[in-house]
Design a protein around this ligand. Structure first.
Ligand code: NDP
Ligand code: MG
Length: 392
């Protein structure tokens, strides 16, 4: 009865801490073998004291000594820097890598893990958005599984169990619609960072919470779905479902639709990715149909939430275009969070980057790294040049 050694990239974040809750509840099945933080040294230290991983890695090198000293009495190897993650994610004892860091920073560690034959439990959707073709190609070549953690993709993955010989007609991603569902462009022009950070159904990291408010999260998920399930842009549909109970659906070629449902709780998809193809007992709160007499569904408003349309367009263009929108979006979201750009300004930055950046049809890894870097510089300059009236 082998205990699975899990490497958690971004253990101090929302998904990372919930993954550790799953580990804590199932120490007969899982061990946290490697933990990484970006800058939250205190939480990393506490996690290392509790879980005694083989490795604790802090990206921010200025915090290395603090972590090192705090853990000196424990048999935990403490390392620092992004490269240390890439170097140690290949450790032979690691069984699965759960990628819960945010943004483009997940790309290189994920590639290193796949090349070392590790299965990937993927929360870091940006990696598949940026380089889906490269990542899925490497996964095939190295015979590893990419197990979705994102709730919508986990739902589809669960619906596909036992359906391997059957044809998918389309996948239907549900979206909560975020805090601004039903609002007009005029309203969105005036929303603040605080308004956007109030998600109705999920508590998540800041970046994905803003993405949810702007519907860019759903756009990124459309691209993620393409690569996970080998479907075209035309086979991905988005439907707004404000209650977040139906997590997503698959329609097969006989017209039958399967859905996966439950109360919104990321621990379930996290755990399913780690126990797949099995399920294990939990005490998670159960869904009760009579408490939800009205599960509703509506079309997304693409004229108001432009990011979703931009993401579909980027997926259809392919090449490095999804990498361009991802980089532009990361810079735009950071700008919105530090109040240098308005909510609607984010879509303008993304659209401008899509038009102005160099399009490459068949990008290599180096091309992706360069596209990311160049788009970030370009987007940052755009934000600096934007008229103040566009800033709230
Ligand atoms: P958080 O912001 O809560 O956590 C991010 C984690 O990544 C933290 O551990 C942070 O470290 C670390 N990190 C941040 N920047 C870097 C970097 N440049 N290099 C290395 N590590 C970094 O995010 P979430 O947990 O919400 O999201 C993580 C990923 O999971 C995202 O890709 C998101 O889209 C995806 N996801 C999240 C969901 C959710 O419910 N939260 C649902 C579905 C997908 P530190 O805090 O120490 O600075
Ligand atoms: Mg999701």
């Amino acid at each position: 009865n082998h205990i699975k050694n899990i490497a958690i990239l971004g253990s101090t974040g929302s998904i990372g801490t919930q993954t550790l809750e799953v580990v804590r509840g199932n120490t007969n099945l899982f061990r946290a073998f490697l933990l990484t933080a970006h800058s939250n040294a205190d939480l990393l230290i506490n996690q290392a004291i509790e879980f005694k991983p083989e490795y604790a890695i802090i990206c921010d090198e200025s915090k290395y000594l603090r972590v090192k000293e705090a853990l000196a009495h424990l048999p935990v190897k403490v390392l620092a820097g992004h490269q240390a993650i890439i170097d140690h994610i290949t450790h032979p004892d690691i069984d699965v890598v759960l990628t819960a860091m945010v943004g483009f920073a997940g790309l290189e560690p994920t590639i290193a893990a796949i090349k070392a034959g590790k299965d990937i439990a993927l929360a870091n959707k940006e990696t598949l958005v940026v380089a889906g073709e490269l990542i899925t190609g490497l996964a095939k070549q190295h015979g590893i599984k990419i197990l979705p953690v994102d709730s919508e993709h986990s739902a589809i993955f669960q619906c596909l169990a036992g359906e391997h010989n059957n044809k998918i007609e389309k996948v239907i991603l549900t979206a909560s619609g975020g805090p601004f569902r039903g609002r007009s462009l005029d309203f969105l022009a005036g929303v603040t960072r605080e308004d956007a950070l109030k998600h109705p159904n999920w508590v998540m990291g800041a970046k994905i919470t803003i993405d949810s408010a702007s519907l860019m999260n759903k756009g990124l998920e459309v691209i993620e779905a393409k690569w996970l399930f080998d479907v075209t842009a035309d086979q991905v549909e988005v439907i707004v479902h404000p209650q977040s109970i139906v997590h997503s659906l698959v329609q097969f070629n006989d017209g039958s639709i399967k859905a996966q449902m439950g109360l919104p709780d990321m621990k379930l998809p996290i755990q399913y990715a780690l126990t797949y193809p099995n399920r294990i007992q939990t005490n998670f709160k159960r869904f009760d149909f009579t408490s939800y007499p009205n599960l509703t569904f509506e079309k997304p408003d693409l004229d108001t939430f432009r990011n979703l349309g931009l993401a579909f367009a980027a997926l259809k263009q392919g090449g490095n275009m999804p990498c361009i929108i991802n980089a532009a979006n990361e810079v735009a979201v950071a700008g919105f969070l530090n109040r240098t750009i308005s909510f609607l300004g984010m879509s303008s930055v993304i659209e401008e980057c899509m038009q102005q950046m160099n399009y490459l049809e068949q990008p290599t890894l180096t091309d992706y790294l360069n596209t990311d870097k160049e788009t970030r510089i370009f987007a940052q300059n755009l934000i600096q040049q934007m008229p103040l009236k566009a800033i709230q």
